[in-house]
Ligand binder design. Structure first.
Ligand code: PGA
Length: 259
């Protein structure tokens, strides 16, 4: 059975003090929700070690993740952060190919695949993000676009243990308040799982596929009721401790409902 994962992507937000507070709140939310849900937070790089310490002090359980890692192992790459550094900072997960990095920072499929390989090589668990733009959806190209993004990284992902995670995040839904419908998410998630199953059915059954894009406490239930939606990657709403606690509770209920 796939344990639901509720993950907070803080993006470039928060002071050091806020990061510590949010970490404590996430640990509290997990403690209140019980064992049926996994919780992860993705703080900005400078706060990773503070958040790791705050999570440990709060009893552990919440997993730490990085928002990106370099597609190279080391070297003269000013401003870049390697997967090995992130592992040493306490990370368990690493986002790879978030659409903001694809569109704003020019990360292409080859760089994303290389980052996935670096993450796995450093014993981090990659969370590969895929998603279509509004123009691609309106042109009926959603399935093709996300399949291509997955295909570019799939060899790298399949080289690791089947703990990696996919996140379907339609670009038009991120930070816009305009979420996909549960039916739209379900269709894409089923397609992604089928793409993995074509290579390895056991891995396809094991991996979790998260939905991301304007997830809020009042819409998460609709997504989690879909068979192939195994949790959520949450940006804006994860910065509000009460909202994040409600999202974690919803994740725990999903596990209760499906067991
Ligand atoms: P959002 O962001 O929840 O603010 O739409 C989601 C994400 O980019 O991971």
């Amino acid at each position: 059975m796939r344990i639901p994962l509720v993950a907070g992507n803080w993006k470039m937000n928060g002071t050091r003090a806020e990061a510590r507070r949010w970490a404590q709140a996430a640990a509290g939310a997990l403690a209140a929700a019980g064992a049926g849900v996994e919780v992860a937070v993705f703080p900005p790089y400078p706060w990773l070690t503070d958040v790791a310490a705050a999570l440990a002090a709060a009893g552990g359980g919440v997993r730490l993740g990085a928002q990106a890692c370099a597609p190279q192992a080391a070297g003269a790459l000013t401003g870049a952060v390697s997967a090995a550094m992130l592992k040493e900072a306490g990370c368990h997960y690493c986002l790879c190919g978030h659409s903001e990095r694809r569109t704003l920072l020019g990360e292409d499929d080859a760089r994303v695949a290389a980052a996935v390989a670096q993450a796995l090589g450093a014993d981090l668990v990659p969370v590969l993000c895929v998603g279509e733009t509004l123009a691609e959806r309106e042109a009926g190209r959603t399935a093709r676009v996300v399949a291509a993004q997955l295909a570019a990284a799939l060899d790298a992902l399949l080289a690791g243990p089947p703990t990696w995670v996919l996140a379907y995040e339609p670009v038009w839904a991120i930070g816009t308040g305009l979420a996909a419908t549960p039916a739209q998410a379900a269709e894409v998630h089923a397609g992604l799982r089928a793409e993995v199953a074509a290579r390895d059915p056991a891995v396809a059954g094991a991996i979790r596929i998260l939905y991301g894009g304007s997830v809020k406490p009042d819409n998460i239930g609709g997504f989690l009721r879909q068979e192939d939606v195994d949790g959520a990657l949450v940006g804006g709403a994860s910065l509000d401790p009460a909202a994040f606690a409600a999202l974690v509770q919803a994740g725990a209920r999903r596990d209760g409902a499906s067991s």
